[in-house]
Design a protein around this ligand. Structure first.
Ligand code: ATP
Length: 524
């Protein structure tokens, strides 16, 4: 085992934290982490573990570590427990964390609604609803404030108490001490001396250090600060949405909205409406004006998922948006100007769709100014599979409040050899299921993987071996086998698409798209 594997392993084998009695003595929260700092092989994972522990100890739903960016003078989120976006920035004085950075005093806010110090845009950006917040300053050994430690939503709908404030302050003192021996702190110090150098670490939500991913990170770093339209291509479940968010948060629009439009999840007739909004009276039932996603994303980014599903007339309208930055609402005559960046994604072969006359050629070239082809999981190598696996084991155990099981060498070997047709999503679901079903402390028997079909087998295939419902001997085209299998699974879950997608280990979008291809309505 390589030294880096050894330290990663020990990180995930830390015993779970006991739920603490109210006491400011928090030494046992962070002591086990102390040793890891010195062997810091994976700072992101370390910070994530740290935030997870803090959230559990504070009986909070989630926690965020904010750091002051000396180059820009604002605060950026460096690690968050269950974050939806990789990075958020707030100005000093803005929001609760910004207020703490400004005043240097803790803030305990039992009900943020209507509070001027609460920055509701963050909830809007993440889709999370904050009900209680507690935030305290982080100071270095010299007493200078360099960040904020924040926890959200105390469990059981309770408020954070005065004891909690004291406890989080004590934790902050220890976190500060631990952080000061990391490369992150050194980077902050360097940035102080060279204020032009931006503080990095913008990929902290994406796991993977394999060469093909590093190529993608470099391309994102180049493309993100521009306004170039980005097209993400890749198999279903390989992280297109995650990378689309990375483009957004690494660019200049990071403080503005990131708005997703999922073309596969919408009936064709509604897509135009969703993107461009409609005027009152545009159609029966349109009793008031509704702004579209382009308006909602003003100055931010619109992420058009499954762009290959866009009906031809709407493709023309989108082309005009890209060329002239203007459009009209459905049923409207007023031309609206807009300023948004567009990131699109597809797992379809758009070049082929162009050749077949299903996708406009001029739009195709407009959207692929920067094209990022995400590698499927099986091409990212065993180390990335291991990193993702350990991350998903820890997060599933946390989500289901279970003890974190250990991964046996045999199980890890099987995971590395499997082909992962459903990519990271399939791995995530597979691990969650194994963690939930695991009976002992070792995760080995419960991996829901087909035992025979593995990458190293000459019979390796992306299809499961057994396909119930298909009569043996019948030589069916693959597409027909897939269709029958999907319909059978849907039947088994009584038409519940979320459950069917989960069982099939594909995205709900992908399922919607396939059903559309079979000519089945997209509702439900
Ligand atoms: N590199 C990664 N690190 C951590 N999590 C990842 C990574 N890639 C994907 N995931 C997770 O896998 C799941 C699927 O990712 P995502 O939805 O971005 O895929 P997608 O390519 O957009 O899928 P689809 O084409 O089906 O919409 C998500 O839960 C995402 O958070």
């Amino acid at each position: 085992m390589s030294p880096s594997c050894a330290s990663l392993r020990s990180r995930f084998e830390l015993p779970p934290l006991p739920v603490m009695a109210p006491s400011p003595d928090v030494s046992h929260v962070l002591l086990p982490l102390g040793g890891l700092v010195g062997r810091e092989v994976d700072l992101d994972a370390f910070l994530q573990t740290l935030m997870d522990r803090i959230a559990v100890t504070m009986q909070a739903d989630r926690g965020t570590l904010w750091l002051l960016d000396p180059a820009r003078g604002d605060l950026f989120s460096r690690a968050a427990h269950l974050p939806e976006v990789s990075q958020i920035r707030v100005k000093r004085g803005q929001g609760v964390a910004g207020s703490v950075a400004e005043s240097g005093e803790p803030v305990n806010m039992p009900d943020p609604r209507g509070e001027s110090r609460f920055y509701a845009d963050i909830d809007r950006m993440t889709g999370y609803r904050t009900t209680t917040i507690l935030a305290v300053p982080l100071r270095d050994a010299g007493g200078t404030l360099y960040g904020v430690l924040q926890v959200l939503n105390r469990r059981g709908g309770e408020r954070f108490t005065d004891d909690d404030v004291e406890r989080l302050m004590a934790i902050a003192a220890q976190v500060s001490q631990a952080l000061q021996s990391t490369s992150l702190y050194q980077e902050l110090q360097r940035a102080k001396e060279q204020p032009q150098a931006p503080v990095g670490y913008f990929f902290n939500r994406i796991i993977g250090e394999s060469e093909p991913l590093k190529v993608i990170y470099r391309l994102i770093q180049k493309a993100a600060p521009t306004d170039a339209t980005v097209l993400l291509r890749g198999e279903s479940g390989c992280g297109k949405e995650l990378f689309a968010r990375a483009v957004h948060v690494n660019g200049t629009r990071r403080d503005k909205p990131f708005v997703k439009v999922d073309c596969a999840a919408l009936p064709a007739t509604l897509i135009e409406n969703e993107l461009f909004g409609h005027e009152k009276g545009a159609f029966t039932g349109a009793d008031h004006r509704v702004p579209g996603k382009f308006e909602a994303a003003e100055s931010g980014t619109v992420f058009i998922d499954e762009i290959g599903e866009l009906p031809l007339p709407v493709q023309g309208k989108l082309l005009r948006v890209l060329q002239d930055r203007e459009f009209e609402r459905v049923g409207g005559t007023q031309t609206l100007k807009m300023d948004v960046r567009i990131v699109a994604a597809t797992n379809r072969d758009l070049a082929r769709m162009v050749a077949e006359g299903k996708f406009r050629e001029d739009l195709y070239y407009r959207i692929k100014v920067v094209e990022l082809v995400l590698p499927p999981l099986r091409e990212r190598g065993g180390e990335d599979i291991e990193r993702l696996t350990r991350h998903f084991i820890a997060s599933a155990a946390r989500r289901h409040r279970l003890r974190t099981p250990r991964l046996s060498a045999t199980a890890l070997e099987r995971l590395k050899r499997y082909r992962w047709p459903g990519n990271v999503r399939e791995l995530e679901n597979c691990i969650e299921s194994a963690v939930v079903l695991c009976e002992g402390e070792i995760l080995e028997e419960h991996l829901p993987l087909p035992k025979v079909v593995e990458a190293s087998s000459p019979l390796a295939s992306t299809e499961p071996r057994e396909l119930p419902g298909v009569e043996t001997g019948e030589l069916l085209p693959l597409a027909e086998v897939e269709k029958r299998h999907i319909l059978r699974v849907l039947d088994a879950v009584k038409g519940n698409r979320t459950a069917a997608a989960k069982a099939l280990q594909i995205g709900r979008n992908t399922l919607g798209r396939k059903l559309k291809e079979y000519g089945l309505s997209d509702e439900g």
